[in-house]
Design a protein around this ligand. Structure first.
Ligand code: TXA
Ligand code: MG
Length: 317
């Protein structure tokens, strides 16, 4: 594919219409969501979905999340169990992805599911994302809009830095409010937490009135969500649960542990989630080779923050 200039678009009606036209032509558009920016393609266009994998350098065995604008659109592609429907009604639109049996005979590209019999679906909250899906009239396949293995983007500038020249356009809606990818729930053998994320698992357990089953966070099965141990990685090496910096380290603080930078001086987990990926990027940009990170409580959004930090700290391939 030839390098193209990547157009920066806003969220006005004309720009959303322009982005929908590009998608209908099989082009790729990065879209804002409340979690992270996604790299979107028409989920029913096989060549467009193939272009997502090419632009990211993503293994074709790693399936994509499909984004819908309403529950009815999701029901065209997956079969909801009663519990799954209750969860969608409670938490959509929002940072929750449901993995459900794929209906047969849909026009969805086979590449979206990488051959699995299940499909991951989510209804994003960000108005520009839903307006874009409505304007196209079909679901959008969208992984996070970063080169495979790198930190997810939470601003349009992050997307441009990673994928500029490889995609048609980016819709800039400012920084993502949540800053961590969606929580993923599967239903095989009962409701199961497949990836901790922007919706705290405690909120789901309260709604279900039962604990979620958990899968091993680190796995080497390529088709499992969250995939490999090393992921979401900055260039610098990470050391976790640090209370002070060694001489060759910069310290990323939290709460009472102040650092070169902090995730949240007041110890607020939502604030820490929203700036986590940006802080890792900006510490990388200083040329630091080692980042020490203060301990983060493992509850609420802290569970997902610690998951991403562990992946960022894992040994590299
Ligand atoms: O917040 C998010 O979820 C963002 C925004 C853009 O929506 N998207 C995102 O996509 O994080 P991605 O591709 O970076 O991560 C999706 C994860 C992958 O680990 C993939 O393996 C898993 O979801 N996944 C997708 N389809 C699946 C399926 N049918 N069964 C199990 N896991 C699946
Ligand atoms: Mg990703």
């Amino acid at each position: 594919m030839n390098a193209t200039a990547t157009q920066m678009l806003g969220t006005g009606a004309a720009d959303i219409a322009r982005a929908a036209t590009l998608l209908s032509q099989g082009r790729l558009v990065a879209m804002p969501t409340e979690t992270v920016y996604g790299l979107a393609a028409d989920a029913c266009n096989d060549a467009a979905v193939a272009a997502i994998y090419a632009a990211k350098g993503r293994p074709s065995s790693n399936p994509l999340i499909v984004h819908v604008s309403d529950l009815a659109m999701a029901g065209d592609y997956v079969d909801f169990t009663p519990i799954a429907r209750d969860m969608a009604q409670a938490f959509w639109p929002g940072p929750l992805t449901l993995v459900l049996p794929l209906r047969s005979g849909t026009s969805l590209s086979d590449r979206v599911t990488a051959g699995l019999s299940t499909l991951a679906v989510r209804m994003p909250e960000t108005p520009a994302a839903r307006a874009l899906i409505q304007s196209l009239g079909r679901p959008l396949a969208a992984p996070s809009a970063n080169p495979s293995g790198k930190v997810s983007p939470t601003t349009a500038a992050h997307v441009m830095a990673g994928l500029g020249g490889k995609i048609a356009a980016i819709i800039d809606a400012g920084p993502c409010q949540i800053g961590l990818e969606s929580t993923i729930i599967g239903f095989e053998g009962g409701p199961t937490l497949l990836r901790p994320g922007g919706l705290p698992h405690e909120a789901i357990e309260r709604m279900l009135d039962q604990p979620l089953r958990a899968t091993s966070i680190v796995t080497d099965r390529p088709n499992a969500p969250g995939q490999l141990a090393s992921h979401y990685a900055p260039d610098a090496a990470l050391r976790l649960n640090a209370t002070s910096a060694e001489p060759n380290e910069v310290l990323l603080g939290f709460g009472p542990i102040a650092g070169t930078q902090t995730l949240s001086a007041s110890g607020d987990l939502a604030e820490a989630a929203a700036c986590l990926f940006d802080r890792l990027r900006s510490l990388d940009a200083t040329g630091a080779t080692r980042i020490a990170v203060a301990p983060i409580p493992d509850k609420g959004l802290g569970r997902a923050i610690n998951d991403r930090l562990r992946r960022a700290a894992a040994p590299r391939d």
